[in-house]
Design a protein around this ligand. Structure first.
Ligand code: GDP
Length: 216
């Protein structure tokens, strides 16, 4: 099993220009419409109740929040792996003015398209509304903009809200997506394993490159 053994808030940034400097490709970006369950998932994955604030006012926070996260792989001698979780502001919240909405969306798209440190994009979708235009737009935007060394993962949240038959239909329609219930803690271990393994590939490649360089 892979667990997150340490998680702490590092900083907030208003835009990509203010994002922390880093020469690693170790960022996991979480994106979702407001209220889809992003904060709850961050808290569940890190087993840290107050890490990301569960929103009482949806869409209010517009900063990009960074968390330092340490994974431990219990199936591999407790090997540790460091990463950054990036909590992007919720998008598509209707009750903000058009100009704020425009700035904000530009900010998000700049971030997603311009930040090379991102390894993995996690797009969270409410399992009860799998076909909203805004989510389709986000998916298309991601597919059009990701680099070769970046991965996209779709996760359906609040899966406890669907009965077994509805869950089966969703899984059939989206065979590559994962599902989770943060409140029932279902699916969180599997997600941590997948995130860890995707990040580990980058680390392994860097180590190979370094040993190749040593051998020249
Ligand atoms: P955010 O705006 O995307 O960060 O969403 P929050 O994590 O603040 O969650 C929004 C609401 O959905 C809150 O009332 C949560 O308690 C609820 N919620 C989040 N995850 C789940 C889940 O897995 N199952 C259920 N039933 N409710 C959830």
């Amino acid at each position: 099993m892979v667990e997150i053994v340490e998680a702490k808030f590092i900083t907030s940034a208003p835009n990509v220009a203010a994002a922390p400097e880093s020469d690693k490709q170790d960022e996991v970006v979480f994106m979702a419409r407001s209220n889809v369950g992003k904060s709850s998932l961050l808290n569940a994955l890190t087993d840290h109740k107050g890490l990301a604030k569960v929103s009482s006012t949806p869409g209010k926070t517009r900063l990009i929040n960074y968390f330092d996260v340490t994974f431990m792989d219990r199936d591999n001698d407790g090997a540790k792996l460091h990463a950054k979780f990036v909590d992007l502001p919720g998008f598509g919240y209707a009750k903000v003015s058009k100009s704020i909405k425009h700035d904000w969306e530009k900010n998000l798209t700049d971030y997603v398209a311009g930040r090379e440190q991102i390894r993995l994009f996690i797009h969270l979708i409410d399992c009860r509304h799998p076909h909203l235009d805004i989510d389709t737009q986000v998916s298309e935007f991601l597919f059009d903009n990701v680099r070769e060394n970046q991965v996209i993962l779709q996760i359906f949240t609040k899966i406890d809200k669907l009965n077994q038959k509805e869950q089966n239909a969703l899984r059939k329609e989206f065979p590559l997506a994962m599902t989770v219930s943060s409140s029932k803690k279902r699916g969180t271990h599997k997600i941590n394993r997948v995130i860890h393994d995707i990040l580990k590939e980058v680390e392994d490649e860097m180590q190979e490159d370094m040993s190749d360089a040593d051998n020249i």
